[in-house]
Design a protein around this ligand. Structure first.
Ligand code: URA
Length: 226
C-alpha cells in the first residue's frame, strides 16, 4: 500500500495533509524517516511511526459524529442530504454505514462503522444498548408522566420496555431507552400528551457526546462502544 494512503487510512489527514506531514520528516518507516508519499509499505508488517507513535492499521473502523439537523441517516438518498456528507476527508468511507437511525431533525451522537457484524449486533432487538436522549418539550412534564415513561407506554400497539426518565429543567428531560423503534422518543412523549420540540442523543452504549461540536467527527475504538 502507498504510504500516503496508509497514513490517510490511519486518520492522519487528507492525502494533501499527509504529504506535508511527510515533507516535515515526522514519519518513520522501520526507524527511517521517509518523505516520499508514493513509497510502498506492507501495512501489516512494517512499523510506521508518526511523531514517534506507532500507527496501527485495522480493517474495521468506528467513528462517532455529532449529527446536525437537516441530514438524514442514510448512506445515500436521491433527494435529501445524508450524514455521509458531514464526514471529513480523513474518514475512510468505504463500506461505512450508520448504526441505527436518528431522525432528520434530531441532533447528536451517531455511530458509523464498516464492521457489518457489529452494526447488526448493536441493532438486534435483543442487544438492549442504552441510548440517552435530551429532549425539550412543548409542555411541562410531571412526575406521573415520568413514571409512565419509565414503566412503558403504548406507542401505537407496542408497549415500550422499562426506561429511565428524569426531569432536568423546565420542559427538559433525559430519557434512556434500550430499544430503537421508529420515532420512539417522540412517540413516547406523545403517549403522555406532550410533544418533543428538540431532540438530541447524548449517549449510545458507553459512547458519550460530551463536548463534541455540532458536525464534529471522531474516530473511536471498538472497546469504547459497549
Ligand atoms: N427517537 C425519536 O423519536 N427520534 C430519533 O431521532 C431518535 C429516537
Amino acid at each position: 500500500m502507498r504510504l500516503d494512503k496508509f497514513l490517510t487510512e490511519c486518520g492522519l489527514g487528507s492525502r494533501k495533509e499527509v504529504k506535508s506531514l511527510l515533507t516535515s520528516g515526522k514519519v518513520k518507516v522501520n526507524g527511517e524517516i521517509v518523505k516520499n508519499p508514493q513509497s510502498n509499505i506492507k501495512e501489516n508488517e512494517d512499523k510506521v511511526e508518526y511523531n514517534n507513535r506507532v500507527l496501527e492499521y485495522s480493517k474495521f473502523r468506528y467513528y462517532i459524529m455529532n449529527k446536525k439537523a437537516g441530514y438524514i441517516t442514510a448512506v445515500e438518498d436521491p433527494r435529501e442530504k445524508t450524514v455521509m456528507e458531514l464526514l471529513p476527508e480523513w474518514v475512510i468511507k468505504k463500506e461505512l454505514a450508520p448504526v441505527g437511525r436518528l431522525d432528520k431533525d434530531t441532533e447528536g451522537l451517531l455511530l458509523l462503522t464498516n464492521d457489518g457484524q457489529l452494526n447488526h449486533k448493536l441493532l438486534a432487538p435483543k442487544s438492549h444498548v442504552e441510548k440517552t436522549y435530551y429532549a425539550e418539550l412543548e409542555k411541562d412534564i410531571n412526575s406521573e408522566d415520568i413514571e409512565k415513561l419509565e414503566n412503558g407506554v403504548d406507542i401505537g400497539g407496542y408497549i415500550t420496555m422499562p426506561a429511565k426518565a428524569e426531569i432536568i429543567g423546565e420542559k427538559k428531560i433525559h430519557l434512556t431507552i434500550k430499544e430503537g423503534k421508529f420515532h420512539q422518543v417522540k412517540k413516547m412523549l406523545e403517549a403522555v400528551d406532550n410533544k418533543v420540540i428538540y431532540l438530541k442523543r447524548i449517549s449510545f452504549g458507553k459512547l458519550l457526546l460530551d463536548d463534541m461540536e455540532l458536525g464534529e467527527v471522531r474516530e473511536v475504538k471498538v472497546e469504547d462502544i459497549i
